[in-house]
Design a protein around this ligand. Structure first.
Ligand code: SF4
Length: 227
């Protein structure tokens, strides 16, 4: 501050009355300071973890201390998605659609064992084993369910991540750098990630060739039944 004060006194004429109220900082610091303290989460919850998230926003833990209490009903007004609960294959297309509708800069926090990796339902036919299979996650909060304190710790971790970003290199201000768009997966007999469509096509092609040539196709059904 001494160097800054010297600069103020020597080069810039500052009225005597406001001299003690002037701070010098970098653009990145002031920009990140305002963003980290005004994250607006999207108002949606998926399962039991959502109750802990709601509790975090209530008066006992009070997310308003972090400027994060404004849960928005529209993805277009939110910059933080808290995935709180079990991600079913039926729900993930909607989650991806909501993620795509959020403006940049946007962040995703995965809350609880279910969102992180399927949790107790990992082997379930209807559950996705981790929301990060489809949506990029910034912070993972472990637990089943994580307590409000754990969620707050995750949010503080996200704030620290935001502190490291720079207005110069942030992709959302750069020309010809579109935000990350995730194709909405299709739910048929199972979930189809459209980013892997070439892989799926190749695998299906190989299998049809084997059938056409009369080569035996590996049948896993007996093994599954034995297990
Ligand atoms: S992690 Fe535990 S508390 Fe959270 S949604 Fe899954 S089962 Fe419920």
């Amino acid at each position: 501050m001494t160097a800054a004060n010297d600069a103020l006194t020597s080069e810039i004429p500052v009225p005597e009355g406001v001299k003690d109220n002037i701070f010098i900082t970098s653009l990145d610091k002031i920009y990140n300071w305002s963003r980290r303290n005004s994250l607006w989460p999207m108002g949606f919850g998926l399962a039991c973890c959502a109750i802990e998230m709601i509790c975090t926003a209530a008066s006992r833990y009070d997310l308003a201390r972090f400027g994060m209490e404004v849960f928005r009903a529209s993805p277009r007004q939110a910059d933080l998605m808290i995935v709180s609960g079990t991600v079913t294959k039926k729900m993930i297309p909607i989650i991806v659609r909501l993620y795509n509708q959020m403006p940049e800069p946007r962040y995703v926090l995965s809350m609880g064992a279910c969102a992180n990796g399927g949790g107790p339902f990992k082997e379930g036919y209807n559950v996705l084993d981790g929301v990060d299979k489809l949506v990029p996650v910034d912070v993972y909060v472990p637990g089943c369910p994580p307590t409000p304190q754990a969620l707050i710790n995750g949010l503080i971790t996200l704030q620290e991540k935001i502190d490291q970003q720079s207005i110069v290199t942030a992709p959302w201000y750069r020309k010809n750098t579109p935000g990350e768009f995730v194709p909405v997966p299709v739910l048929g007999p199972d979930l189809v990630d459209l980013r892997q469509i070439d892989l799926i096509r190749d695998a299906v092609g190989e299998q049809s060739t084997e059938i056409a040539q009369g080569t035996e196709v590996e049948d896993l059904t007996p093994e599954v039944q034995d297990a």
